[in-house]
Design a protein around this ligand. Structure first.
Ligand SMILES: CC(C)(COP(=O)(O)OP(=O)(O)OC[C@H]1O[C@@H](n2cnc3c(N)ncnc32)[C@H](O)[C@@H]1OP(=O)(O)O)[C@@H](O)C(=O)NCCC(=O)NCCS
Length: 178
């Protein structure tokens, strides 16, 4: 009803077509691959830029665990700009792993980090990263993917919802430990 009111029925195919066009462009320009040691300086810088907190020791540890070990179920992927062959910059990264039987859950893929360079956003890199890790999870034999977002971070919610992710069956509980 609402869509008829705002002419959504007329616009819907155009929106879908524009989205498809952006996705095709992103596919051509964004290459997603496993992280390499030589990417880590850029990963650390991107994370520090976004979170305003440099954590080189944390990232060195994450690289060892997710970029080097149990690679059949751990995925640390980066998106690289292929449009400019001379300057193939890092556009973003995603990290996740297959976890089994935690909280009674059957094995599923967890995404616990995703970040795209603010200068590169809204060009399909986030989607390319999520699609790539989703394909890896599928190859690893799981059919469910999960993540967690802060309740008030609208951008993350918009992104994950746009990619088809919805509220799951668990809720997080916490308390201060004095
Ligand atoms: C969330 C984030 C990863 C999205 O990356 P991105 O490369 O800009 O996302 P994409 O271009 O692939 O967008 C995919 C879809 O997300 C939605 N989306 C992305 N940015 C949006 C925005 N600013 N406003 C509204 N919707 C948005 C759109 O539906 C978009 O699809 P469309 O372009 O076909 O309309 C990026 O904004 C980011 O790194 N944010 C900060 C870190 C963060 O919040 N990480 C997430 C959890 S750890």
């Amino acid at each position: 009803m609402l869509s008829i009111f705002f002419g959504g029925i007329e616009r819907a195919p155009a929106v879908a077509a524009a989205r498809k066009k952006r996705a095709a462009k992103a596919d051509a320009e964004v290459r997603v691959r496993r992280v390499k040691a030589s990417d880590m300086a850029n990963v650390i810088a991107l994370d520090a830029h976004i979170t305003k907190l440099a954590k080189p020791d944390y990232w060195t540890d994450v690289f060892k665990r997710y970029g080097r070990q149990r690679l059949h179920e751990r995925f640390f992927l980066v998106a690289q700009d292929c449009a400019d062959r001379k300057n193939s910059r890092l556009l973003g990264f995603i990290i996740g792993e297959v976890r089994a039987w935690e909280f009674g859950s059957t094995p599923c893929g967890w995404v616990f980090a995703l970040s795209v360079d603010p200068d590169a956003r809204q060009h399909g890199s986030g989607r390319a990263l999520l699609d790539a890790i989703s394909a890896e999870f599928k190859k690893a034999g799981v059919s469910k993917m999960r993540t967690m977002v802060e309740r008030n971070t609208i951008l993350q919610m918009l992104f994950f919802r746009s990619e088809g992710m919805m509220a799951g069956p668990y809720i997080q509980l916490e308390k201060d430990i004095d």
